[in-house]
Design a protein around this ligand. Structure first.
Ligand SMILES: O=C(O)c1cc(=O)[nH]c(=O)n1[C@@H]1O[C@H](COP(=O)(O)O)[C@@H](O)[C@H]1O
Length: 238
């Protein structure tokens, strides 16, 4: 998990996923399956990626009442993925029930998927947060608050931007995972992301894993782009 580059497979079909992965043949990737792909292809997508030995972050960002999230997590634990997430805004009881669900359903002898909580999405700016969510704090304070709740609930870490990672590590310890999307090289288009950073900035901030989507998946040469990100991030090719 530490020092990983997670490639966001934000595609609409299995066909597109395997077209993208074909030129990576022989490389073991850490991939992220999000809502777009999972709602279309379902658990079989996970099974097929596991057959190819890729590590998997199943990013469904659960956010519902504690009982519903706890039960849903049991199903995710049986899929055998490596990492799953919830929204910290769902609260401590929801996060604790999510963890219990995962623990209860992880098959004997298998490692429980790591559970992390989304703090403030990297597409949210401080101004937006204050005006739309009516949170009268700085963005950093809000992220730190959610990260503390996640830690108190027993979770393994959080999703945040690279800009908040070092504060979280200082306050909650270096074993508490910080997974950061919103990663761009200097010349990349920001698209809908607001709190962005380069892979080098993330590395220097001590981030555990970076998440990169469109800059790799939509690149003219995805393998070349992946290697460029890996080089700046200082990741290890497998
Ligand atoms: O949980 C996530 O993965 C996530 C949280 C967050 O705060 N921001 C965020 O961008 N993501 C995901 O990270 C990926 C970023 O994609 P790109 O902006 O294309 O690099 C997308 O798949 C998002 O769903």
């Amino acid at each position: 998990m530490k020092n990983s580059l997670i490639v966001a497979l934000d595609f609409a079909s299995k066909k597109e996923v395997f077209e993208f992965l074909t030129p990576f043949e022989g490389e073991k990737l850490f991939v992220k399956v999000g809502m777009e792909l999972f709602y279309q292809e379902g658990p079989s997508m996970i099974h097929e990626l596991k057959e190819k030995d890729h590590e998997i972050f199943l990013d469904l960002k659960l956010h519902d009442i504690p009982n519903t999230v706890g039960s849903a997590m049991k199903g995710l634990a049986r899929l055998g993925v490596d990492l799953v997430n919830v929204h910290a805004a769902g609260g401590k009881e929801m996060m604790m029930r999510a963890l219990e669900g995962l623990e209860a359903a992880t098959p004997a002898g298998k490692e429980r998927p790591k559970l992390i909580a989304v703090t403030q999405l990297t597409s949210t700016s401080e101004q937006q947060m204050q005006q739309e969510q009516l949170i009268q704090a700085s963005l950093e304070q809000s992220v730190m608050h959610y990260a503390s709740l996640a830690k108190e609930s027993g979770l393994d870490g959080v999703v945040c931007s690279s800009h908040e990672a070092s504060l979280i590590r200082q306050n909650l310890g270096t074993d508490f995972l910080t997974v950061t999307p919103g990663i761009r090289l200097g010349s990349d288009d920001l698209q809908d992301q607001k709190r962005v950073a380069t892979p080098r900035f993330a590395r220097e901030a001590g981030v555990s894993a970076i998440v990169v989507g469109r800059s790799i998946t939509k690149a003219a040469d995805p393998v070349k782009s992946y290697h460029k990100f890996m080089e700046e991030w200082g990741g290890i090719l497998k």
